[in-house]
Design a protein around this ligand. Sequence first.
Ligand SMILES: *[C@@H]1O[C@H](CO)[C@@H](O)[C@H](O)[C@H]1NC(C)=O
Ligand SMILES: *[C@@H]1O[C@H](CO)[C@@H](O)[C@H](O)[C@H]1NC(C)=O
Ligand SMILES: *[C@@H]1O[C@H](CO)[C@@H](O)[C@H](O)[C@H]1NC(C)=O
Length: 280
Amino acid sequence: MHLTTALTLALLFVSPVLGLPSTFASRAVKRGRPVLPSEVADKFKSSGTPTSGAASSHPTSFSSNWAGVVLPTPPAGENFTAVTGTFTVPTLAPSAYAATSIWVGIDGWNTDFNSDAQGLFQAGIDCWMENGKLSFDTWYEWVPDGSYNFTGFDISAGDVLTFSLVATSTTEGTINVENETTGQKISHVLDAPPIAHSQLALQSADWIMEDFFWYGQVPLADFGTIRFTDASAKTTGGKTVGLTDATIVDLVLDGSVSKTEVTVDSDSSATITYVSAFEF
Ligand SMILES: *[C@@H]1O[C@H](CO)[C@@H](O)[C@H](O)[C@H]1NC(C)=O
Ligand SMILES: *[C@@H]1O[C@H](CO)[C@@H](O)[C@H](O)[C@H]1NC(C)=O
Ligand SMILES: *[C@@H]1O[C@H](CO)[C@@H](O)[C@H](O)[C@H]1NC(C)=O
């Protein structure tokens, strides 16, 4: 897996979808930072679209691959050190080929491309729908590297999973995943990939549904609703920060179609709802 920068993502976003291999074997999934040309964001914002921003007191941003909530900066003088969130593995509406990814992470929002700290530490699940058949992977990833599957942790729709990530330094982190129903847990220690600019800035915490790239941007699955609960981040000063001041991120496809509505429901929960299509 090679560099995933906003630029390559932007290029992938406009390039035609390549032919898909006949099976989902050896998926080399690229997840990454949010992408959206600012002029598109401005156009969308000024159009006063009835996305969650309209009824929300939360700042709203737009992305062509992310939807969800982010804490865009830590409290003054502190860094983020941990992020946690719980969600239920969704069922996807039947289709020939569609997917979605759900994850929690540290960094990736407002990445400073002039700094060494361009890493994004994340873990979550992919949900795939192929010819009406649903499948899942559970994975971890440290951008700019690609993702790796957890093995021996087979999930199904309806499983309630908690992902907890701790950045023990700017170059190492621990991932804990727990099945809230069975108590089954897996844990993994991950180092920043030996690639330039992979350190963490520790400046944002993210709870995201991503329309990721795999041979082009995957057609977004109808995931119904995804609700993050027990969501919080921790800081170097030992503070626990909830979602009260979170920024909402709505997914805008092709620069014109909002595919999500996001609400912050409480200090510890947010909901991402799939909307079939809204043209303006
Ligand atoms: C990840 O898991 C999926 C589903 O189990 C599998 O198809 C894919 O090959 C795995 N990817 C890697 C990189 O091992
Ligand atoms: C999680 O719990 C559910 C419900 O008991 C079970 O069916 C599933 O296999 C468990 N998954 C994992 C990965 O432990
Ligand atoms: C925050 O992290 C940066 C590295 O990105 C480090 O230089 C700085 O000292 C850290 N600040 C605190 C308060 O830990």
